[in-house]
Design a protein around this ligand. Structure first.
Ligand code: NOJ
Length: 498
């Protein structure tokens, strides 16, 4: 606890200095992010195939908090020019969005390309370029074609080949127009929550399917990077990476047990995907290999529930990046779990740690997200030391609050996290080159439906044209994106100030 208070104190002091001008390096870029299923709508329009999120929300509306779905969402399939106009007004340098696999390949397979999908993304990219906003594309932000899920989805090793085919279609069509590519968004979330939990496709087989999913996603990532490296790098003229989510894991006290538990948590939650790609040795973190192998044995399985890479695969996946995409939102305190091996396997039982958040960390509208800006700096520093100082792009950071245009709490959140990021860059020399706010717009927040609003822009879901209205935080972020500096006092950004 002492250690925690101490670090909170150091970082806390830092973030209270509001007189000195805080500016990011000249070349640093600010952007905003969205994802196809969360904003596009038009779920069955002009040849688009069904995704696992279409199927899941239609079959199980009861599992989504407000019983809603992304059929219409923000209507960005029709209103993308309005979205780009908003970004132009905001003054951001890039836009991170995802391409919908089933909009481009309705059956998931590359023998049938939906020309309307290619048209839609071509026009979006042209609109961005006409407004001098750089496109940053995520190939996979969770909307797997349902046809492929019918074959087992990411638990089936053949999915890596199909993803490679899909990536080839994207690169064939867009390599010259998109300089920054992200293969996958947050594999921990869609493998663990999707195949081991309640998100689409609702696998609920934690300790098995989540590991199979992770394994095939890592193989798929390595294969796509290899293809890009050999055949498309000269056309892309930018880079390719993967986006991983890192919640900071802080030992609850400075005791050895708690410090080991925190490191175990980091390895299970981040190292699972980072170690195979970004470490010098490659492959899964030693602590995962050891624990899951041992637990599998105790549970009477003839082999480990964590699959094994071939030597060639370890080599192919290791180093398959030009940058690391980092999504960061919050922090947890960690202590060891009970150490008991349950007869029924699960990822949590394998990791065996307990996570907490302090009640005095400010709450947001998402139960999992408390405001802890100092954790951001610690997470970036840990990545720097653990993975040999990689180039990082913050591909998401953001917060949900109740609807309303006067969102001073969001302004405060962004300001405090940016101060922490600034310290990581200028004092600790972390090589972070971009910051992306999630999200440009309110959107469909997966199992929470439209109940959690992350937007700089409010969307009125009751209005026929899904009216978009910039919030106070939009004005704040506009100042940051256009000046590269933080305002001396964020309270200057009242709603009427623009
Ligand atoms: C992570 C995901 O990438 C994004 O889809 C989600 O909406 C935000 N974080 C907020 O939870």
């Amino acid at each position: 606890m002492l250690l925690l208070l101490f670090s909170a104190l150091i970082y806390g002091v830092e973030s209270n200095i509001i007189d000195a001008k805080i500016c990011f390096p000249e070349e640093f870029m600010f952007g905003v992010a969205t994802a196809s299923y969360q904003i596009e709508g038009a779920w069955n329009v002009s040849g688009k195939g069904e995704s696992i999120w279409d199927r899941y929300t239609h079959e199980h509306p009861d599992r989504v908090f407000d019983h809603k779905n992304g059929d219409v969402a923000d209507g960005s399939y029709y209103k993308y020019k309005d979205d780009v106009a908003l970004m132009k007004q905001l003054g951001v340098g890039f836009y991170r969005f995802s391409m919908s696999w089933p909009r481009i390949l309705p059956t998931g397979l590359s023998n049938e390309i939906n020309e309307d999908g290619i048209r839609y993304y071509t026009e979006l990219i042209e609109e961005l370029r006409a407004n001098r906003i750089i496109p940053m594309v995520t190939m996979y932000h969770w909307d797997l074609p349902q046809t492929l899920q019918d074959l087992g989805g990411w638990t089936n090793p053949v999915m890596a080949d199909y993803f490679l085919d899909y990536a080839k279609v994207l690169l064939d069509n867009f390599a010259d127009k998109v300089p920054i590519w992200i293969t996958f968004n947050e594999p921990l979330s869609f493998c663990h929550d999707g195949y081991g939990g309640e998100d689409a496709p609702g696998g609920r087989a934690s300790g098995f399917e989540d590991y199979m999913c992770g394994h095939n996603v890592l193989r798929a990532h390595g294969m796509v990077y290899d293809l890009y490296d050999r055949e498309y790098r000269h056309r892309v003229k930018g880079g390719m990476g993967i986006t991983l989510d890192i919640a900071w894991m802080e030992g609850i006290t400075s005791s050895t047990e708690d410090q080991i538990a925190a490191e175990t948590a980091r390895q299970f939650m981040f190292g699972w995907f980072a170690n195979p790609i970004f470490s010098k040795t490659g492959d899964y973190p030693a602590v995962m290999r050891k624990r899951i192998d041992a637990n599998s044995k105790k549970q009477g399985f003839p082999r480990s529930r964590l699959p094994t890479f071939t030597r060639e695969e370890v080599k192919m996946i290791r180093g398959s990046f030009d940058f690391m995409g980092v999504n960061h939102y919050t922090t947890y305190l960690v202590e060891p779990g009970d150490g008991k091996v349950q007869p029924h396997p699960s990822y949590y039982n394998d990791g065996n740690v307990k996570l907490y958040q302090l009640v005095d960390w400010p709450k947001t509208n998402s139960t999992w997200l408390r405001v802890v800006p100092w954790g951001f700096r610690k997470a970036l520093n840990w990545i720097k030391t653990t993975y040999n100082d990689p180039l990082m792009l913050v591909t998401e950071n953001g917060v949900s609050f109740e609807p309303g245009l006067k969102d001073v709490k969001r302004v405060q959140f962004i300001d405090s996290y940016l101060r922490s990021l600034h310290a990581a860059i200028t004092i600790d020399k972390c090589r972070v080159k971009a910051y992306t706010y999630w999200s440009l717009l309110d959107n469909f927040e997966w199992m929470r439906g439209f109940s959690e609003r992350f937007g700089l822009t409010e969307v009125d879901y009751d209005s026929p044209d899904l009216t978009r209205t910039p919030r106070q935080s939009f004005n704040y972020y506009k100042y940051v994106a256009t000046t590269g500096c933080l305002p001396n006092n964020y309270a200057d950004f009242t709603y009427n100030s623009v």
